[in-house]
Design a protein around this ligand. Sequence first.
Ligand SMILES: *Cc1c(COP(=O)(O)O)cnc(C)c1O
Length: 393
Amino acid sequence: MRRPKKGFSTRSVHGGELRDKPFSSVTNPIVQTSTYAFKNTQELIEYTTGKVNREEYGRYGNPTKTVAEHKIAELEGGEDAALFSSGMSAFTSVLLAILSSGSHVIVMDECYRRSAQFCKQTLPRYNINVTFVETGNYNQLESAITDSTRLIVSESPTNPFLNVIDLKKVTDIAARHRVKVLIDGTFATPYNQQPLDFGIDLVLHSATKYLGGHNDLLSGVVVGNASLISAIREFRDITGGIVDPHVAYLLIRGLKTFAIRMEKHNTNALAVARFLAEHPRIRKTYYPGLENHASYKTASSQMSGYGGVVSFEVDGDMETTIRFIDALQIPYIAPSLGGVESLIEQPAIMSYYEMAAADRFQIGIKDELVRFSVGIENVDDLIADLEQALGKI
Ligand SMILES: *Cc1c(COP(=O)(O)O)cnc(C)c1O
């Protein structure tokens, strides 16, 4: 009989770890090595013939990395997980491991800019066909499926408008056509959303964000069933996008407080979103926990919290918005999200600065749009800071 799953915070603290650790240490050691020694040739032969289970070389395995992978797999409710050197390394590896020349992938169009760029620019060079469909348009999604379609890719919630995909609808469509589904759940995290429960095949996270949680590491992870992850891991062990043992330790360390951090991100962001939605100098607030958000119903039915990112449009232009951002004293002006420190950015100037304004407007990225990654500071301080900065525009 399977033991019932322990609570989320218990899994954050203990998940994936051995009870008995080297030297009776309570914390998991960092095995900082590139290679592993064999006592003698006999041991080497036993290893290569599968009689003993151990590590051989750092690109193929590391005990610190393995603990981090098992912890994340437990949090996500998946059989196995593969860690990578960054979220983009995870994303590109999964697509290249699953797709081959002549195959077809469908991507929901509202997504991380580099993911879109990889699909648009790189995959076609390998004769992999890509179709972008409108995010949340399930008819368009189903019509785009062809005999060569292997994979459907979407974020949920999306960046930066926090639209939530109906996971059940997507898996129903995918199952009818025997296509696999990959969800980038970076914004939700396993604390707020468990896509595998809805029949999604693979869940990906930029672990740089909430899983690491402290704005101090880069990593990526993909979770799914053992056979899919094994194929992805094999690809990774050849292409080499592995995570460093020290980063794996930082992830284990950061995940100890994952549940309490996420609780605080969720409550802080909801309070900030409600404050902004009521403020006369804010034109529009995007947060799936607000009743007037397009995804409120879907988010409420398939997520247990709405996450820590709030996007909004200042009532003004590019210059007004710059004045507002520069007047803030607590959030740092920085890309990225998901850490304990609040970060704020104006996408028109930060993540989309290379894009022509006309193209940017077409995907809704206005000059006055702001993305706020709400940290775990005291929410009264964050709101007072927003209030004083809005008073200066
Ligand atoms: C940051 C991010 C990525 C890329 O992750 P890196 O760790 O920066 O490589 C991919 N998807 C989403 C949704 C992200 O926010």
